[in-house]
Design a protein around this ligand. Structure first.
Ligand code: MTE
Length: 319
């Protein structure tokens, strides 16, 4: 994702991910063992969310989704401590700590643009719109790493159907909260704030596109996008905007943050595509967090059911 000069690149991004993670795990392990020895808590209790956290934030009545992969799920600890969330930090391990006091309630989401009824919805009203599902998705970052996450949410189409977009609505734009007092990264010009992403209407309506408010059986941790984010599993991770406060329906293709910051590197579509390299690196392979060997990247991240959305489009041009 980086558009920085080499001198500014944090070590987390220049160290191969597996080396970085095993080093972090080793250091964390040393710290955890010490703490465990001192307190008598077991290592397992320290490396997974504690029973009280799980019980407190647990999401009840989860339906299993037929869209789930059966691949091995990435450990919670990695998914919640290896994050891209530039509003907090450009370091992978920064957001977990820096977002821990981020206020996710009260939280309103503005629905506007080309809709019959512009409105502001409370996030808890949105979450109750449809039964929550657990969807285990592959998630591929444009940087070349991937994870498998049991997200919780429901198809974004459930919300879109309820707000009645007009016939002019061709795209949907998602905006992240702008609050530099809570988000230290927004006090710097790393990106143009607020973070904005968009989808074409048929992509947004596709049942795979998830309106997400939880993971691993519980509410989303702040660093993963609480209280509400999008997850689009066949696209590079940056399309999946976090901490959404506005959903706007538009006639024209919205500008998306990474496209604004580096148009030759990050397009609007950003479909996972092993045949279209990033100008500075190949996209043919990826490293699953925690694994040593790289694996081939699959077209549309393996979600072939979306291929028909792009029939007749030159995906080298619309990257
Ligand atoms: N959303 C916001 N608001 N800010 C960000 O920096 N990073 C994106 C995406 N959504 C980002 C964001 C990128 S590059 C990725 S890979 C995913 O979030 C990472 O999601 P995760 O940390 O839950 O794995």
């Amino acid at each position: 994702m980086l558009i920085k000069k080499s001198g500014e690149i944090p070590s987390s991004e220049i160290t191969p991910k597996n080396v970085y993670l095993s080093r972090r795990r080793f250091l964390a392990g040393v710290a955890i063992s010490g703490a465990a020895a001192a307190t008598g808590i077991t290592l397992r209790e320290l490396s997974t969310p504690s029973a009280s956290v799980l019980a407190e934030n647990k999401i009840a009545g989860l339906k299993k989704s037929p869209f789930s992969t059966t691949e091995t799920v990435t450990p919670y600890q990695d998914v919640s401590h290896y994050n891209n969330y530039y509003e907090f930090s450009t370091d992978k391990d920064g957001p977990a700590e820096l977002a821990k006091n981020f206020r996710t309630r009260p939280w309103k989401v503005k629905i506007d643009g080309q809709v019959d009824k512009k409105q502001e919805l409370d996030v808890d009203a949105i979450i109750k719109m449809a039964p929550p599902e657990e969807r285990i998705y592959r998630h591929r970052c444009v940087e070349g790493w991937s994870i498998v996450v049991p997200w919780i949410g429901f198809s974004l189409s459930e919300l879109i159907k309820r707000v009645n977009p007009t016939s002019k609505a061709k795209f949907v734009e998602f905006t992240t909260i702008y609050d530099p007092s809570q988000m230290p990264g927004q006090q710097r010009n790393v990106l143009e704030w607020p973070y904005v992403e968009g989808l074409r209407m048929d992509e947004a309506m596709h049942p795979l596109t998830l309106l997400c408010f939880g993971m691993y059986g519980q509410e989303l941790p702040n660093q993963d996008g609480a209280p509400l984010r999008i997850v689009v599993p066949w696209k590079y991770g940056f399309k999946s905007a976090k901490a959404i406060v506005r959903i706007r329906f538009t006639e024209k293709q919205p500008m998306n943050t990474w496209n604004i910051s580096a148009p030759n590197e990050y397009g609007f579509y950003s479909n996972v595509n092993p045949h279209v390299d990033h100008p500075r690196w190949s996209q043919a392979k990826e490293r699953r967090l925690g694994e040593f060997f790289k694996r081939p990247t699959l077209m549309f991240n393996g979600y072939d059911q979306v291929a028909s959305l792009y029939t007749g489009m030159d995906l080298k041009k619309y990257f």
